[in-house]
Design a protein around this ligand. Structure first.
Ligand code: FES
Ligand SMILES: [Fe+2]
Length: 369
Protein backbone atom coordinates (compact mmCIF):
# COMPACT_ATOMS: atom_id res chain seq x y z
CA UNK A 1 0.00 0.00 0.00
CA UNK A 2 1.41 3.40 -0.94
CA UNK A 3 1.68 6.12 1.65
CA UNK A 4 -0.89 8.14 -0.28
CA UNK A 5 -3.53 5.40 -0.11
CA UNK A 6 -2.88 4.37 3.50
CA UNK A 7 -5.80 5.36 5.74
CA UNK A 8 -4.80 7.58 8.61
CA UNK A 9 -6.76 5.55 11.10
CA UNK A 10 -7.75 1.93 11.30
CA UNK A 11 -11.04 0.40 12.24
CA UNK A 12 -10.15 -1.58 15.30
CA UNK A 13 -7.35 -2.61 17.62
CA UNK A 14 -4.63 -5.21 17.35
CA UNK A 15 -5.43 -8.87 18.04
CA UNK A 16 -4.07 -8.77 21.58
CA UNK A 17 -6.72 -6.28 22.65
CA UNK A 18 -9.43 -8.86 21.91
CA UNK A 19 -7.93 -12.04 23.33
CA UNK A 20 -5.28 -11.20 25.93
CA UNK A 21 -6.01 -11.88 29.60
CA UNK A 22 -3.32 -9.34 30.53
CA UNK A 23 -5.06 -6.60 28.54
CA UNK A 24 -8.37 -7.62 30.08
CA UNK A 25 -6.97 -7.35 33.62
CA UNK A 26 -5.68 -3.87 32.82
CA UNK A 27 -9.09 -2.89 31.42
CA UNK A 28 -10.83 -3.95 34.62
CA UNK A 29 -8.87 -1.33 36.52
CA UNK A 30 -8.55 1.41 33.91
CA UNK A 31 -11.89 1.20 32.10
CA UNK A 32 -14.42 -0.79 34.11
CA UNK A 33 -13.19 0.76 37.35
CA UNK A 34 -13.23 4.31 36.00
CA UNK A 35 -16.62 4.71 34.37
CA UNK A 36 -20.10 5.06 35.82
CA UNK A 37 -21.89 1.84 34.82
CA UNK A 38 -25.63 1.47 34.40
CA UNK A 39 -27.06 -1.21 36.70
CA UNK A 40 -30.85 -1.00 36.40
CA UNK A 41 -33.60 1.47 37.26
CA UNK A 42 -34.75 2.65 40.67
CA UNK A 43 -38.33 1.58 39.91
CA UNK A 44 -37.09 -1.96 40.60
CA UNK A 45 -36.25 -0.80 44.16
CA UNK A 46 -39.48 0.89 45.13
CA UNK A 47 -39.44 0.12 48.87
CA UNK A 48 -36.79 -0.29 51.55
CA UNK A 49 -35.47 -3.84 51.37
CA UNK A 50 -36.20 -4.35 47.68
CA UNK A 51 -33.12 -5.86 46.07
CA UNK A 52 -31.75 -7.51 42.96
CA UNK A 53 -28.42 -9.05 42.02
CA UNK A 54 -26.49 -7.67 39.05
CA UNK A 55 -23.33 -8.99 37.37
CA UNK A 56 -21.12 -6.02 36.47
CA UNK A 57 -17.83 -7.13 34.95
CA UNK A 58 -16.26 -9.70 37.27
CA UNK A 59 -18.35 -8.52 40.22
CA UNK A 60 -21.71 -9.65 41.48
CA UNK A 61 -23.47 -6.72 43.14
CA UNK A 62 -26.50 -6.56 45.42
CA UNK A 63 -28.54 -3.45 44.58
CA UNK A 64 -30.95 -2.51 47.35
CA UNK A 65 -32.79 0.38 48.99
CA UNK A 66 -31.79 0.89 52.63
CA UNK A 67 -33.95 1.95 55.58
CA UNK A 68 -33.35 5.63 54.80
CA UNK A 69 -34.52 5.17 51.22
CA UNK A 70 -31.04 5.37 49.69
CA UNK A 71 -30.07 3.09 46.82
CA UNK A 72 -26.98 1.07 47.82
CA UNK A 73 -24.74 -1.36 45.94
CA UNK A 74 -22.92 -4.06 47.92
CA UNK A 75 -20.40 -6.55 46.67
CA UNK A 76 -22.05 -9.97 46.91
CA UNK A 77 -19.27 -11.27 49.16
CA UNK A 78 -19.63 -12.37 52.77
CA UNK A 79 -17.09 -10.81 55.15
CA UNK A 80 -16.50 -14.19 56.84
CA UNK A 81 -15.02 -16.57 54.27
CA UNK A 82 -16.29 -14.84 51.17
CA UNK A 83 -19.33 -16.85 50.15
CA UNK A 84 -21.83 -15.28 47.81
CA UNK A 85 -24.79 -14.09 49.86
CA UNK A 86 -27.25 -14.30 46.97
CA UNK A 87 -27.38 -16.07 43.63
CA UNK A 88 -27.33 -14.52 40.16
CA UNK A 89 -30.81 -13.38 39.24
CA UNK A 90 -32.09 -13.26 42.82
CA UNK A 91 -34.49 -10.43 43.59
CA UNK A 92 -37.20 -9.67 46.11
CA UNK A 93 -37.77 -7.77 49.36
CA UNK A 94 -35.84 -8.50 52.56
CA UNK A 95 -34.99 -6.97 55.91
CA UNK A 96 -31.34 -7.87 55.45
CA UNK A 97 -29.07 -10.46 53.91
CA UNK A 98 -28.16 -13.82 55.44
CA UNK A 99 -25.10 -15.69 54.25
CA UNK A 100 -26.21 -19.23 53.39
CA UNK A 101 -22.89 -20.70 54.58
CA UNK A 102 -22.54 -19.96 58.33
CA UNK A 103 -25.54 -17.60 58.67
CA UNK A 104 -23.78 -14.30 59.29
CA UNK A 105 -26.42 -11.62 58.76
CA UNK A 106 -26.21 -8.06 57.45
CA UNK A 107 -28.79 -5.29 57.57
CA UNK A 108 -29.87 -3.11 54.64
CA UNK A 109 -27.13 -0.61 55.49
CA UNK A 110 -24.57 -3.39 55.03
CA UNK A 111 -23.77 -3.65 58.76
CA UNK A 112 -22.92 -7.03 60.21
CA UNK A 113 -25.69 -7.77 62.72
CA UNK A 114 -25.40 -11.37 63.92
CA UNK A 115 -22.68 -14.01 63.90
CA UNK A 116 -23.71 -17.45 65.16
CA UNK A 117 -21.33 -18.41 67.97
CA UNK A 118 -19.70 -14.97 68.39
CA UNK A 119 -21.10 -11.97 70.25
CA UNK A 120 -20.29 -8.46 69.04
CA UNK A 121 -16.89 -7.53 70.48
CA UNK A 122 -15.79 -11.06 71.28
CA UNK A 123 -13.59 -12.06 69.59
CA UNK A 124 -14.06 -9.18 67.10
CA UNK A 125 -16.19 -6.12 66.61
CA UNK A 126 -19.04 -6.47 64.12
CA UNK A 127 -18.47 -2.86 63.06
CA UNK A 128 -15.17 -3.87 61.48
CA UNK A 129 -16.90 -6.18 58.99
CA UNK A 130 -19.58 -4.36 56.99
CA UNK A 131 -20.30 -5.48 53.45
CA UNK A 132 -17.95 -3.97 50.90
CA UNK A 133 -19.81 -1.24 49.08
CA UNK A 134 -19.57 0.22 45.57
CA UNK A 135 -20.35 3.88 44.98
CA UNK A 136 -23.80 4.30 43.58
CA UNK A 137 -25.90 7.21 42.31
CA UNK A 138 -29.02 7.80 40.26
CA UNK A 139 -29.76 10.01 37.26
CA UNK A 140 -33.38 10.50 36.21
CA UNK A 141 -34.21 7.21 37.90
CA UNK A 142 -31.37 5.16 36.42
CA UNK A 143 -28.93 3.50 38.83
CA UNK A 144 -25.22 3.75 38.12
CA UNK A 145 -22.39 2.08 40.02
CA UNK A 146 -18.68 2.85 40.24
CA UNK A 147 -16.48 -0.19 40.84
CA UNK A 148 -13.08 1.47 41.18
CA UNK A 149 -11.24 2.89 44.15
CA UNK A 150 -10.74 6.37 42.64
CA UNK A 151 -13.08 9.22 43.50
CA UNK A 152 -15.61 9.36 40.62
CA UNK A 153 -16.78 12.50 38.86
CA UNK A 154 -20.31 13.54 39.85
CA UNK A 155 -22.75 11.42 37.86
CA UNK A 156 -24.81 14.49 36.91
CA UNK A 157 -21.67 16.14 35.52
CA UNK A 158 -21.11 13.12 33.28
CA UNK A 159 -24.67 12.52 32.11
CA UNK A 160 -26.01 16.08 32.17
CA UNK A 161 -24.11 17.19 29.05
CA UNK A 162 -24.97 13.88 27.33
CA UNK A 163 -28.72 14.22 27.81
CA UNK A 164 -31.61 16.53 26.97
CA UNK A 165 -33.15 17.72 30.24
CA UNK A 166 -36.38 18.93 28.64
CA UNK A 167 -36.85 15.69 26.72
CA UNK A 168 -36.23 13.65 29.88
CA UNK A 169 -38.97 15.60 31.68
CA UNK A 170 -41.31 14.74 28.79
CA UNK A 171 -40.80 11.01 29.27
CA UNK A 172 -41.21 11.01 33.06
CA UNK A 173 -38.01 9.05 33.46
CA UNK A 174 -38.55 8.27 37.15
CA UNK A 175 -42.03 6.87 36.54
CA UNK A 176 -41.19 3.71 34.65
CA UNK A 177 -41.87 0.03 35.19
CA UNK A 178 -39.64 -2.84 34.12
CA UNK A 179 -41.69 -4.91 31.68
CA UNK A 180 -39.05 -7.39 30.55
CA UNK A 181 -35.35 -8.21 30.81
CA UNK A 182 -33.12 -10.30 28.55
CA UNK A 183 -29.51 -11.24 29.28
CA UNK A 184 -27.34 -12.21 26.33
CA UNK A 185 -23.99 -13.94 26.89
CA UNK A 186 -21.84 -13.56 23.80
CA UNK A 187 -18.54 -15.24 22.92
CA UNK A 188 -16.79 -12.01 21.98
CA UNK A 189 -14.56 -9.48 23.66
CA UNK A 190 -16.59 -6.54 24.98
CA UNK A 191 -14.87 -4.13 22.56
CA UNK A 192 -16.09 -6.16 19.60
CA UNK A 193 -19.59 -5.62 21.01
CA UNK A 194 -18.83 -1.94 21.55
CA UNK A 195 -17.62 -1.50 17.97
CA UNK A 196 -20.73 -3.20 16.64
CA UNK A 197 -22.98 -0.96 18.75
CA UNK A 198 -21.07 2.16 17.75
CA UNK A 199 -21.79 1.90 14.02
CA UNK A 200 -24.71 1.11 11.77
CA UNK A 201 -22.58 0.36 8.71
CA UNK A 202 -23.64 -3.26 9.20
CA UNK A 203 -27.35 -2.37 9.44
CA UNK A 204 -27.86 -2.06 5.69
CA UNK A 205 -27.64 -4.82 3.10
CA UNK A 206 -30.00 -7.00 5.12
CA UNK A 207 -27.91 -6.91 8.30
CA UNK A 208 -30.90 -5.96 10.44
CA UNK A 209 -34.08 -6.44 8.38
CA UNK A 210 -36.38 -5.97 11.38
CA UNK A 211 -34.60 -2.85 12.59
CA UNK A 212 -34.86 -1.36 9.10
CA UNK A 213 -38.68 -1.37 9.21
CA UNK A 214 -38.95 1.53 11.67
CA UNK A 215 -35.39 2.82 12.05
CA UNK A 216 -33.96 5.29 9.56
CA UNK A 217 -30.42 4.06 10.11
CA UNK A 218 -29.15 6.43 7.41
CA UNK A 219 -29.93 9.05 10.07
CA UNK A 220 -27.01 7.70 12.12
CA UNK A 221 -24.68 8.87 9.34
CA UNK A 222 -26.28 12.25 8.73
CA UNK A 223 -24.18 15.39 9.04
CA UNK A 224 -27.32 17.31 9.94
CA UNK A 225 -27.88 17.51 13.70
CA UNK A 226 -31.13 15.88 14.74
CA UNK A 227 -33.16 16.15 17.93
CA UNK A 228 -33.85 12.43 17.59
CA UNK A 229 -31.52 10.21 19.59
CA UNK A 230 -32.70 7.23 17.59
CA UNK A 231 -33.76 8.14 14.05
CA UNK A 232 -37.15 6.74 13.05
CA UNK A 233 -38.53 6.62 9.54
CA UNK A 234 -41.16 9.18 8.57
CA UNK A 235 -44.57 8.08 9.77
CA UNK A 236 -43.23 5.66 12.39
CA UNK A 237 -44.69 6.22 15.84
CA UNK A 238 -42.12 4.20 17.74
CA UNK A 239 -39.40 1.60 17.37
CA UNK A 240 -41.34 -1.61 16.85
CA UNK A 241 -41.78 -4.28 14.20
CA UNK A 242 -44.61 -2.29 12.60
CA UNK A 243 -43.70 1.24 13.62
CA UNK A 244 -46.97 1.38 15.55
CA UNK A 245 -47.03 1.89 19.30
CA UNK A 246 -46.49 -1.22 21.40
CA UNK A 247 -47.77 0.31 24.64
CA UNK A 248 -51.05 2.20 24.63
CA UNK A 249 -50.13 4.12 27.78
CA UNK A 250 -47.62 6.75 26.65
CA UNK A 251 -44.59 7.72 28.69
CA UNK A 252 -44.66 10.86 30.83
CA UNK A 253 -46.55 13.74 29.29
CA UNK A 254 -47.30 11.81 26.10
CA UNK A 255 -44.45 12.56 23.68
CA UNK A 256 -45.52 12.73 20.02
CA UNK A 257 -45.19 9.93 17.49
CA UNK A 258 -41.62 9.57 16.27
CA UNK A 259 -40.15 10.94 19.50
CA UNK A 260 -36.84 9.61 20.79
CA UNK A 261 -34.25 10.68 23.29
CA UNK A 262 -31.59 8.99 25.37
CA UNK A 263 -28.07 9.06 26.73
CA UNK A 264 -25.36 6.49 26.20
CA UNK A 265 -22.01 6.20 27.91
CA UNK A 266 -18.91 4.71 26.35
CA UNK A 267 -16.57 2.94 26.14
CA UNK A 268 -18.46 0.53 28.41
CA UNK A 269 -21.61 0.92 26.35
CA UNK A 270 -24.63 1.57 28.56
CA UNK A 271 -27.69 3.76 28.77
CA UNK A 272 -31.38 4.16 27.94
CA UNK A 273 -33.22 5.24 24.82
CA UNK A 274 -36.82 6.41 25.06
CA UNK A 275 -39.60 6.42 22.51
CA UNK A 276 -43.12 7.81 22.78
CA UNK A 277 -44.50 4.68 24.42
CA UNK A 278 -41.59 2.75 25.96
CA UNK A 279 -37.92 2.86 26.87
CA UNK A 280 -35.12 0.36 26.36
CA UNK A 281 -31.84 0.21 28.26
CA UNK A 282 -28.64 -1.57 27.31
CA UNK A 283 -25.82 -2.56 29.65
CA UNK A 284 -22.68 -4.06 28.16
CA UNK A 285 -20.20 -5.66 30.53
CA UNK A 286 -17.24 -8.02 30.10
CA UNK A 287 -17.27 -11.47 31.68
CA UNK A 288 -13.76 -12.40 30.51
CA UNK A 289 -11.34 -11.47 27.74
CA UNK A 290 -13.44 -13.42 25.26
CA UNK A 291 -16.96 -13.33 26.70
CA UNK A 292 -19.39 -10.44 27.18
CA UNK A 293 -22.80 -9.90 28.67
CA UNK A 294 -25.47 -7.58 27.34
CA UNK A 295 -28.50 -6.87 29.52
CA UNK A 296 -31.43 -5.35 27.67
CA UNK A 297 -34.43 -4.08 29.63
CA UNK A 298 -37.77 -2.82 28.32
CA UNK A 299 -39.66 -0.21 30.36
CA UNK A 300 -43.18 1.17 30.12
CA UNK A 301 -45.13 3.82 32.05
CA UNK A 302 -45.43 2.73 35.68
CA UNK A 303 -49.23 2.56 35.37
CA UNK A 304 -49.26 0.53 32.15
CA UNK A 305 -50.89 -2.86 32.57
CA UNK A 306 -49.63 -5.97 30.82
CA UNK A 307 -52.34 -7.55 28.69
CA UNK A 308 -54.26 -4.26 28.61
CA UNK A 309 -51.77 -1.60 27.50
CA UNK A 310 -48.98 -3.83 26.19
CA UNK A 311 -48.00 -7.40 25.37
CA UNK A 312 -44.40 -8.38 26.11
CA UNK A 313 -43.73 -10.25 22.80
CA UNK A 314 -44.69 -7.21 20.69
CA UNK A 315 -42.94 -4.80 23.06
CA UNK A 316 -39.58 -6.57 22.91
CA UNK A 317 -39.50 -8.13 19.44
CA UNK A 318 -37.54 -5.64 17.37
CA UNK A 319 -34.81 -4.96 19.93
CA UNK A 320 -34.60 -8.63 20.90
CA UNK A 321 -34.22 -9.77 17.29
CA UNK A 322 -31.67 -7.01 16.67
CA UNK A 323 -29.71 -8.01 19.78
CA UNK A 324 -29.63 -11.63 18.61
CA UNK A 325 -28.44 -10.56 15.15
CA UNK A 326 -25.76 -8.36 16.71
CA UNK A 327 -24.66 -11.29 18.86
CA UNK A 328 -24.12 -13.35 15.70
CA UNK A 329 -22.17 -10.50 14.06
CA UNK A 330 -20.01 -10.06 17.17
CA UNK A 331 -19.28 -13.77 17.66
CA UNK A 332 -18.34 -14.16 13.99
CA UNK A 333 -16.15 -11.05 14.23
CA UNK A 334 -14.52 -12.39 17.41
CA UNK A 335 -13.64 -15.70 15.77
CA UNK A 336 -12.00 -13.85 12.87
CA UNK A 337 -10.12 -11.41 15.07
CA UNK A 338 -8.64 -14.30 17.06
CA UNK A 339 -6.70 -15.38 13.94
CA UNK A 340 -2.94 -14.77 14.05
CA UNK A 341 -3.31 -13.30 10.56
CA UNK A 342 -5.79 -10.63 11.63
CA UNK A 343 -4.65 -7.04 11.19
CA UNK A 344 -6.95 -4.00 11.57
CA UNK A 345 -8.44 -2.83 8.28
CA UNK A 346 -9.09 0.65 6.92
CA UNK A 347 -11.58 2.91 8.61
CA UNK A 348 -14.56 4.37 6.73
CA UNK A 349 -14.96 7.73 8.42
CA UNK A 350 -18.37 8.39 6.85
CA UNK A 351 -19.76 5.06 8.07
CA UNK A 352 -17.80 4.16 11.22
CA UNK A 353 -17.10 7.45 12.97
CA UNK A 354 -18.70 6.08 16.13
CA UNK A 355 -16.16 3.25 16.30
CA UNK A 356 -13.27 5.68 16.12
CA UNK A 357 -14.84 7.83 18.81
CA UNK A 358 -15.53 4.93 21.17
CA UNK A 359 -12.11 3.37 20.73
CA UNK A 360 -10.53 6.81 21.13
CA UNK A 361 -12.09 7.04 24.59
CA UNK A 362 -10.87 3.53 25.36
CA UNK A 363 -7.31 4.32 24.26
CA UNK A 364 -7.25 7.47 26.38
CA UNK A 365 -8.36 5.52 29.46
CA UNK A 366 -5.85 2.73 28.83
CA UNK A 367 -3.03 5.26 28.41
CA UNK A 368 -3.62 6.61 31.93
CA UNK A 369 -1.76 5.20 34.94
S1 FES B 1 -18.82 -17.38 54.49
FE1 FES B 1 -20.56 -16.25 55.03
S2 FES B 1 -21.00 -16.86 57.03
FE2 FES B 1 -19.24 -17.98 56.52
FE1 LIG C 1 -26.42 -4.06 14.97
Amino acid sequence: MSAASRPETFTNLSRDAYVSEAVYEEELRKVLGRQWLLAGHSSSLKASGDYYVRQVGPESLILTRDGEGRVRAYFNVCRHRGSRLLEDGDCGRAQGFVCPYHRWTYDLAGRLRTVPGAKDGSPFSYADYPLHEARCDTFHGWIYVWLGEDEPPALADVLGPASDEAALKTVGSERLKLAHQETYVIAANWKTMLENNAECYHCGHGGHPSLAIACDFQGFFSDTPSDQAFPLRDGMATFSMTGRRVCQKPLGTAPPDGFSTGFLLMPMFCGPVYFADHAVSLELTPLSATQSQLICEWYVHEDAVEGVDYEVPALIEVFHVTNLEDGVFAERNARGVSSRRFTPGPHLAHREAGVGGALGLYKTMMAAD
